[in-house]
Write a protein that binds this ligand. Structure first.
Ligand code: MF3
Ligand code: CO
Ligand code: CO
Length: 254
């Protein structure tokens, strides 16, 4: 296990890849409406990444994944495969975008509420977004990866939600997934120490019910065992000399 420290040149490339991934989410947002199929969202993102950004959609053919984006609806936790099913009013959906530009990856996801969403689903989405940002605020040289997991777990569980344990954030760069594993649960002071130039994702998956999951027969889609709703947000984060930089920040978040 060794965590890559990126050079100034690599960091600049990661800034570009991160910005492109964020721009795909901004581009697709107005399309995430009642009646659209997730295949249509996949096609629009694919064409934008390939033709406009002249980048590569990292999920496509990654370990056999068949599409260019992940779309995870309601009780789906992550790695949902776009299909010809239409979104309906009341759905909550995570769209997860990873692009490769000039050999480097940018990885980010957000939730969308489709039509009229119940207050309890909206609340899960908002608390999950807060979990991501509480985790991000821990990032600085000398902090430990366990600090991120700790604040996320405390915030989720104090709202009587649960944290999925099978999937983690990850180092990212030339590789889609590299060291370290960034857990979304844990204790302060645990794990490796952060150093300037490390780049990794934080991507908490929070369930309204119990934390347990199973993977569907398609080999990808992770769903909650108890069929409760699940939400996720993801950013790619650089450790700077004084704290952090969010490489995938969207305009609406600035
Ligand atoms: N983007 C996901 C992540 O955040 C990984 C998707 S892998 C895929 O790590 F193959 F499903 F695309
Ligand atoms: Co990721
Ligand atoms: Co992702």
């Amino acid at each position: 296990m060794s965590i890559v420290i990126k050079t100034a040149d690599e960091i600049e490339k990661m800034r570009i890849a991160g910005k492109l991934a964020a721009e795909v989410l901004e581009m697709i947002a107005p399309h995430v409406v009642v009646g659209v199929t997730t295949d249509e969202l996949d096609q629009i993102c694919h064409d934008y990444i390939v033709n406009v950004q002249q980048a590569i959609p990292a999920p496509l053919n990654y370990r056999g994944f068949p599409k260019s984006i992940c779309t995870s609806i309601n009780q789906q936790i992550c790695h949902g495969i776009p299909s010809d099913k239409k979104l309906k009013s009341g759905d909550i959906i995570n769209v997860d975008i990873t692009v490769i530009k000039d050999g480097y990856h940018g990885d980010t996801s957000q939730m969308f509420c489709v039509g009229d969403v119940t207050p309890h689903a909206k609340r899960l989405v908002e608390i999950t977004r807060q979990c991501l940002f509480l985790g991000i605020e821990q990032v600085k040289p000398g902090a430990h990866f366990g600090d991120i997991g700790h604040v996320i777990q405390v915030h989720a569980e104090s709202n009587r939600y649960s944290v999925v344990r099978e999937f983690c954030g990850h180092g990212i760069g030339k590789k889609f997934h590299e060291d370290p594993h960034v857990m979304h649960f844990g204790k302060r002071g645990e794990g490796a120490m952060m150093k300037p130039g490390m780049i990794f994702t934080i991507e908490p998956m929070i369930n309204l019910g119990k934390r347990h999951m199973k993977v569907l027969a398609d080999g990808w889609t992770a769903v909650t065992k108890d069929r409760s709703l699940s939400a996720q947000f993801e950013h790619t984060i650089l450790v700077t000399e004084t704290g952090y930089e969010i490489l995938t920040l969207r305009q609406e978040e600035q």
